[in-house]
Design a protein around this ligand. Structure first.
Ligand code: FES
Ligand code: FES
Length: 392
């Protein structure tokens, strides 16, 4: 159990919760704030949108502990807000809702649009609404309602104050968070993890206990000794992974590295320290990594265990288990099947690259400087959107 302290709709809220409790369940079940809806639970539909430190975010894929010390605003928190009241009336007037399931998330995003884009045209409105899905497909009414609200708000004196640099949580440089007065998202320990000399103060037991676990395995047509030898060179291994690179050579089992990941509008560059341990007799190894994003106050810590087994003399089965914890704004991506889908795709890319390098061939998926997780996950995302629409 973990103690958290949040400001929800302007009121201080303290609770002791399971580390795995996501924010939408915390809001609905613990705080009885049921305006925030749960749709896909995978960060796709936008029904669960709330503001975290003034920025729209998916509460279904945000751990409550990751939002510790943040200010959360749900739809209930906009009573008396001129922009939200105008939008509510416009939605009713223009039939911007049918079953109403998507409406809380639509209103949160609509308010974000009228706040940031007072001159938004239909194209801009539709583009900004792209992250919110309406199963009743009532987009015409929703767009008209927002257009009408924009006209009325322009004429009204009390336009909501625009939040500078607004965008998906995690898309801002740290300075913007500072300007908005956001709570520091990194714990002292996570901050320390970013530097080599403080790597050892990371609470690895907490990552074992509370980390999100992913398991992958694949077979390559090479003898175990060859694959094991290849894994001994961390530089070789990272070259098989798009977006990853070592920035220093491995010395004393330790190196510094960087992983650049792009997910839609969010680009993160995690820089940190890797620590490698291998058991030659058992053909098993462990890589521990801790780093922080240079573009947002997010940190990542991971324990990666790999094993090379020999199903027969000429092939190897590579097993990888990853336990990871994300802190800060990017923690909203810790949860959900999307992370698993991205890991599945990455494993396929890694396995192909590993096979190519073991064969002495050029990489089939040549190493990109940035891992475009959005592109990697696109097919999986569409599958999830389809299944969302198919639900009865
Ligand atoms: S329920 Fe969170 S995005 Fe769909
Ligand atoms: S009004 Fe039914 S899902 Fe949008």
């Amino acid at each position: 159990m973990k103690a958290v302290s949040l400001v929800i709709n302007g009121k201080q809220s303290e609770a002791t919760i399971e580390p795995r409790l996501n924010l939408v369940d915390f809001l609905r079940d613990h705080c009885e704030l049921t305006a925030t809806h749960i749709g896909c639970e995978h960060g796709v539909c936008g029904a669960c949108t709330v503001l975290i430190d003034g920025v729209p975010a998916r509460s279904c894929i945000t751990f409550t502990v990751a939002a510790d010390r943040a200010a959360i605003t749900t739809l209930e928190g906009f009573a008396g807000d001129p922009a939200m009241n105008t939008l509510r009336e416009a939605f009713a007037e223009h039939h911007g809702l049918q079953c109403g399931f998507c409406t809380p998330g639509m209103l949160m995003t609509a308010r974000d649009i009228v706040t940031r884009f007072p001159d938004a045209d239909e194209k801009r409105i539709r583009m900004e609404l792209a992250g919110n899905l309406c199963r009743c497909t009532g987009y015409v009414g929703i767009v008209k309602a927002i257009q009408d609200a924009l006209v009325k708000l322009k004429a009204a004196p009390a336009l909501p104050q625009a939040v500078r640099g607004i965008g998906p949580a995690g898309s801002h440089p740290p300075a913007v968070h500072k300007e908005r007065g956001a709570a520091p998202a990194l714990s002292g320990r996570a901050m320390a993890a970013a530097s080599t000399e403080n790597f050892d103060v990371v609470d690895w037991a907490a990552i074992e206990r509370e980390g999100v676990e992913l398991q992958q395995s694949f077979v390559v047509p090479f003898p175990r000794a060859d694959v094991w030898r290849f894994f001994a060179d961390l530089g070789h291994v990272t070259r098989c992974m798009p977006g990853a690179r070592l920035t220093t050579p491995v010395q004393g089992g330790r190196a510094e590295g960087e992983v650049t990941v792009k997910l839609g509008p969010i680009v993160s560059a995690f820089q940190g320290v890797l620590d490698v341990a291998r058991d030659d007799a058992a053909f098993r190894g462990t890589v521990r990594g801790a780093g922080r994003d240079s573009r947002s106050p997010s940190s990542a810590r991971a324990i990666i265990r790999y094993s090379i087994d020999a199903p027969d003399v000429s092939s190897s089965q590579v097993g990888v288990t990853v336990k990871f914890l994300l802190s800060g704004p990017l923690a909203q991506f810790s949860r959900g099947g999307l992370v698993k889908d991205i890991a599945d795709q990455l494993t396929r890319v890694f396995a192909r690259n590993l096979e190519a390098r073991l064969s002495g061939k050029p990489l089939q998926d040549h190493q990109a400087q940035t891992l475009d997780a959005g592109a990697v996950a696109r097919s999986a995302l569409w599958a999830r959107i389809r299944s969302f629409f198919m639900r009865t």
